[in-house]
Design a protein around this ligand. Structure first.
Ligand code: PMP
Length: 437
């Protein structure tokens, strides 16, 4: 039995006050700010396995997992060793290294339609570069994205972007030129009719459709049967590329990401994929890749420019490679078990205490909507009881469980969530459900 932590957190409060003087909002990424749930974000000091420790010396079971990368849990021994060895050999060369080849080979081996990859340092860079490449390859400018899908803070992709943008209720961001937004066509997710109509109107202008392989940034909203296949069919008919954003699902939803679960659609594979999070093992590494013919347009082979001082950084590549190598079938089996246990606990406790909810899941990726009924798109996702989620979030935090501070996010589990960690979460769910009922 866990005695709940008090509401205040003095060391974190003091750090936030100092941070605000030198960093906008005191945080380096908006989702960290507890914007929609209120209160003080906890400043972390260390982490191991499934557990985090904050500046006040409190422990939490981590269900944020650094927003996706920490699939093995924190400071996994094999990854720590790989990182330490790589760092001792040199931090950055700005010249090619074998580790980059090994990481690229590992990605190509796992995701069959990917023939060539380029390593970058963030998911944002990956999608930004994939869009530029699609525009260069097709000679067209317009891009279709779906409301509620987040692809990083790329100008052209910020419209109706879910995740942090939804958490803060921002419609779009100032600073994105009207000209960039004008080239973006935002459509409702899971609506093939809307895609057909957009292509009927502007088909010859559209360079690409970009979609989260299985969206996780409006909560988990799986593609309806036939949706991905339809996107592939329509884009192919009109000479546009299909970009599958697997930054979140990649190497998590299965060993080969969402593609590994759904399989290659009968109408064909996406042309380009983007990856991040797990493939960097907690370090800044991401990638985009796809068909050799398209990737050959990239400099120095082709004319589409893309570059990075730290791209393929040896320490990040070592962390990513060690993480992917440690992602054995047993790891994916454990992720599924943990997801089974936590979703069962939510169903049971929320059900008994009469808290309206809906769980949606792809592989071990799941989220809990504070509403009833199927969630098929962003409008459905936004019709949630966010106030009640905020109370649930703090009830869990007091009981030593750190959820993502937004009801639009996945509950990220890791293979290091052992029975003790799972039991802590299960008990916290029961007590918190009673508290918010
Ligand atoms: N695409 C998806 C699907 C994501 O979930 C994210 C990050 N949450 C990104 C792109 C952007 O990645 P990064 O934060 O590394 O720029």
């Amino acid at each position: 039995e866990h005695t709940p932590y008090p509401d205040g957190a003095r060391a974190s409060e003091a750090l936030l006050t100092r941070a605000r003087k030198v960093v906008p909002g005191g945080v380096n990424s908006p989702v960290r700010a507890f914007g929609s749930v209120g209160g003080t974000p906890r400043f972390m000091t260390r982490a191991r396995g499934a557990w985090l420790e904050d500046a006040d010396g409190r422990s939490y079971v981590d269900l944020v997992g650094s927003w996706g990368p920490m699939i093995l849990g924190h400071t996994h021994p094999q990854v720590l060793q790989a990182v330490t060895e790589a760092a001792a050999e040199g931090f950055s060369f700005g010249m090619p290294t074998e580790r980059e080849v090994l990481l690229a080979e590992e990605i190509v081996r796992r995701v069959e339609p990917v023939e060539r990859v380029r390593l970058v340092s963030s998911g944002t860079e990956a999608t930004m570069s994939a869009i530029r490449l699609a525009r260069g390859f097709t000679g067209r400018s317009a891009v279709v994205k779906f409301a509620g899908c987040y692809h990083g803070h790329v100008d052209a992709l910020l419209a109706s972007a879910g995740s942090g943008v939804a958490t803060f209720g921002l419609p779009d961001s100032p600073g994105v030129p009207a000209s960039a937004a004008a080239e973006t066509i935002v459509l409702p997710y899971n609506d093939l009719g809307a895609v057909e109509r957009a292509f009927a109107e502007r088909g010859s202008e559209i360079a690409a459709v970009i979609t989260e392989a299985a969206p996780g940034n409006m909560g988990v909203v799986p593609p309806a049967p036939g949706f991905t296949e339809g996107l592939r069919r329509i884009t192919a008919q009109h000479g546009a590329l299909l970009v599958s954003d697997e930054v979140m699902t990649g190497f998590r939803a299965s060993a080969a990401g969402w593609l590994g679960l759904e399989g290659v659609p009968a109408s064909g594979a996406p042309d380009l994929f983007t990856f991040g999070k797990v493939m960097g093992g907690g370090f800044p590494a991401a990638a985009f890749g796809g068909r050799a013919e398209v990737m050959a347009m990239l400099a120095p082979e082709g004319p589409v420019y893309q570059a990075g001082t730290l791209s393929g950084n040896p320490v990040a590549a070592a962390a990513g490679l060690a993480t992917l190598q440690a992602c054995t079938p047993e790891v994916y089996a454990r992720l599924d078990e943990v997801a089974d246990a936590l979703t069962a606990a939510v169903t049971d406790s929320f059900g008994r205490h009469g808290v309206p909810h809906r769980i949606q899941r792809v592989g071990s990726m799941f989220s809990v909507f504070f509403r009833e009924g199927e969630v098929r798109d962003y409008d459905d996702a936004r019709a949630q009881d966010t106030e009640r989620f905020g109370r649930f979030f703090h009830a869990m935090l007091r009981r030593g469980v750190h959820l993502p501070p937004s009801c639009y996010e996945v509950w990220f589990v890791s293979a290091a969530h052992d029975d003790e960690a799972v039991q802590t979460v299960v008990s916290a769910i029961e007590e918190s459900a009673a508290e918010i009922a």
